[in-house]
Design a protein around this ligand. Structure first.
Ligand SMILES: Cc1cc2nc3c(=O)[nH]c(=O)nc-3n(C[C@H](O)[C@H](O)[C@H](O)COP(=O)(O)OP(=O)(O)OC[C@H]3O[C@@H](n4cnc5c(N)ncnc54)[C@H](O)[C@@H]3O)c2cc1C
Ligand SMILES: *[C@@H]1O[C@H](CO)[C@@H](O)[C@H](O)[C@H]1NC(C)=O
Ligand SMILES: *[C@@H]1O[C@H](CO)[C@@H](O)[C@H](O)[C@H]1NC(C)=O
Ligand SMILES: *[C@@H]1O[C@H](CO)[C@@H](O)[C@H](O)[C@H]1NC(C)=O
Ligand SMILES: *[C@@H]1O[C@H](CO)[C@@H](O)[C@H](O)[C@H]1NC(C)=O
Ligand SMILES: *[C@@H]1O[C@H](CO)[C@@H](O)[C@H](O)[C@H]1NC(C)=O
Length: 553
């Protein structure tokens, strides 16, 4: 009770309202306190950000970086469902064992290391801590995000343990407001508090990596229920539930998929498992440096076998791990919670025909620059997304998006007209199609060209300069060393592998602190490695040639 009252006071002191006084302590039964908070007259603009991962933190920082006189009277609230910042880099709660059908809070497993150098995963001018290995374990990335929040004093704006349950748009007179319901867990025995309030702007920063995409095949039920005597119980499980390789000791496993998770998990379990097969679509590569046996796509299951598209079958499989990616969903905007975003995968629904914002579980549209909602139901700045582009360096992209959003909140006429924005979006879709990429499947992937990810960031910032919103310092947003790191990504992976083999990590990173020093380290590493490779061409094999798309997932 005391805790709930403390919460109420803290919330009342923070915020403005949803004009339904009857909601205040509507009830206290079942350990739920319902509350709404009265408007605070000083607030001129209210903004809710959802998510405190890389994207949400970048957006929050960008908002706070507006000149103080511009954001005077603005109220900025970030809701994060989990117990700390960091998004998917924050590990499971202590003692938690992910078990279907409950979706774990993070797909991350204890042995995750980054597949990109941390130097490229930084917000502008905020490098990782000195001494961080170039391809660090998840702990370092988690610490980085926590450091960022603390260093820039973001914490007072962040409400942890607050899950946004729905956000409904109430339109009036060409504008409108959001009615947002949030459930707060304070770890107290009193349970949950329901908070309802309104906002002018909603910034969605909930990531891509939450809801498993689970393909279905004929016969899985029969296969699962017919485990032979003396065998471990058969299972088919998505990679979001994977944590430790020991579980697969002496098992025969099929890894389904060819993405980063598939390769990484296959590499981890291969030394322990009896046999690991990897089922990949036509011609996709399997995990390098392993004895993993390639198989084509699965066709169907029988009571005692798994049959592949080439007609071959496997009879002794114990476990199937589905590293089959994620469905892109935002439940608090979608049915049944809200009707802001419709889920519809029909090919007739596209940017020009969609009656409202639409999600086909891969692509959200129509959005300008993958940020601003262009559906006719609300102004483009009412609903914005941060973190949708994939295969780009996340944090600098998140911050660049956040800056455009912040300035557009301050001055709505900064954005092009809705028609121009829609035209721009349709043009990118057409350009993707011309490259053989289906925009309604891969539209959030920055695959238009090798340079699209960096140019995208530059263009957002250049646009702000052109509009006079930020000073033109004559510098590109994406520094030269970020281009260098991207262009030389496979070489750097090979370099660091060799550094590790030589046990020289500490020597290489000793004394390195500033952004410039980290950038210089990458250049030195690349030269050191390419020289060695010139002298030892025979020591390179095909598994060393890592395509760029493996490195930005
Ligand atoms: C296993 C794995 C390894 C990866 N490795 C790399 C790598 O090496 N290099 C790289 O650049 N990228 C990597 N990525 C990509 C990664 O997705 C991005 O780097 C980045 O961390 C994503 O940040 P985000 O903020 O967009 O999403 P997330 O980190 O998922 O954060 C979203 C946050 O929103 C919160 N949230 C969601 N719904 C609600 C709600 N209703 N109410 C309140 N809060 C909510 C979640 O709790 C979460 O904290 C990896 C991804 C995975 C899955
Ligand atoms: C969030 O929840 C966790 C676990 O439920 C609890 O330990 C922690 O104190 C809570 N944090 C806040 C800020 O309420
Ligand atoms: C498969 O197993 C189920 C029981 O799990 C059984 O009912 C069914 O007849 C079996 N099918 C075949 C073709 O053997
Ligand atoms: C795996 O099999 C080997 C050989 O049969 C055995 O020695 C070992 O204990 C088994 N490991 C586990 C974890 O069952
Ligand atoms: C959208 O679909 C309609 C009808 O199928 C089609 O005429 C139109 O060209 C499509 N537009 C885009 C941008 O794909
Ligand atoms: C808002 O942006 C427009 C377009 O860039 C610009 O002309 C106008 O001066 C800006 N208004 C303010 C108050 O900065």
């Amino acid at each position: 009770m005391v805790n709930i009252l403390q919460l109420v006071f803290s919330v009342v002191s923070l915020v403005s309202f949803w004009r339904r006084p009857e909601d205040v302590f509507e009830s206290l039964h079942d350990g739920y306190a319902h509350l709404a908070v009265d408007p605070s007259p000083e607030v001129t603009k209210s903004i809710a950000i959802v998510g405190a991962g890389s994207a949400g933190l970048g957006a929050l920082k960008a908002l706070l970086d507006l000149p103080e006189e511009v954001r005077e009277g603005w109220e900025i609230v970030l809701y994060e469902a989990r117990r700390d910042v960091g998004g998917l880099w924050l590990a499971d709660p202590p003692g938690y064992e992910p078990t279907p059908p409950n979706v774990p809070e993070t797909p991350m497993y204890p042995r995750v290391h980054t597949n990109t150098p941390h130097t490229t995963m930084t917000y502008p001018h905020f490098p990782f801590r000195p001494g961080t290995p170039l391809y660090p374990s998840w702990e370092h990335v988690q610490t980085y995000h926590a450091d960022y929040a603390a260093h820039y004093n973001l914490t007072p704006y962040i409400n942890l343990n607050h899950t946004v349950v729905f956000a409904k748009w109430h339109s009036h007179d060409g504008t409108g407001d959001w009615h947002v319901e949030t459930h707060a867990q304070h770890g107290n025995p009193g349970g949950e508090v329901v908070i309802r309030r309104t906002f002018d702007h909603l910034v969605v920063a909930v990531g891509h990596n939450r809801f498993p995409h689970i393909p279905t095949w004929e016969g899985t039920d029969g296969w699962l229920t017919n485990t032979p005597a003396d065998s471990p119980t058969r299972e088919i499980v998505h990679s979001v539930y994977y944590r430790e390789p020991a579980k697969y000791a002496n098992m025969t496993v099929i890894m389904v998929g060819s993405g980063t998770s598939a390769r990484d998990i296959a590499q981890q379990i291969e030394p322990l498992a009896r046999v690991v097969y990897q089922s990949v679509k036509d011609g996709k590569p399997t995990a390098p440096d392993t004895t993993v046996i390639p198989k084509p796509a699965i066709s169907y299951f029988t009571n005692d076998s798994i049959v592949f598209e080439d007609g071959t079958a496997l009879y002794d499989v114990d476990a199937v791990i589905l590293a089959t990616g994620y469905d892109l969903r935002v439940p608090f905007l979608s049915e049944p919670q809200s009707s802001v975003m419709l889920t519809d995968a029909s090919p007739d629904v596209n940017c020009t025909t969609a009656p409202t914002l639409t999600d086909n579980l891969r692509y959200i549209f129509p959005l300008y620059q993958q940020i601003f909602n262009l559906a006719p139901t609300m102004p483009p700045t009412a609903l914005t997304f941060v973190g949708l582009p994939m295969l780009t360096s996340q944090s600098p992209t998140d911050y660049a998006q956040g800056l455009l959003i912040s300035h557009a909140f301050a001055n709505e006429s900064l954005l092009p007209s809705r028609e121009e924005m829609l035209q721009n979006t349709v043009e990118r879709e057409e350009a993707l199609r011309a490259k053989g990429v289906d925009p309604y499947y891969d539209g959030h992937r920055m695959v238009l060209s090798d340079t699209e990810p960096n140019e995208y960031q530059d263009n957002l910032i250049e646009y702000l300069k052109q509009q006079g919103a930020i000073p033109d310092d004559g510098q590109r947003y994406v520094e030269e060393w970020r281009w260098f790191a991207r262009a030389n990504a496979p070489l750097l992976v090979r370099a660091w592998k060799r550094v590790q083999k030589l046990e020289e990590e500490d020597e290489w990173i000793a004394g390195i602190e500033t952004e410039e020093e980290w950038a210089d380290l990458m250049v030195r590493l690349a030269h050191w490695q390419s020289e060695w490779e010139r002298e030892h061409p025979s020591r390179l094999d095909s598994s060393d040639i890592v395509p760029n798309e493996w490195l930005y997932g």
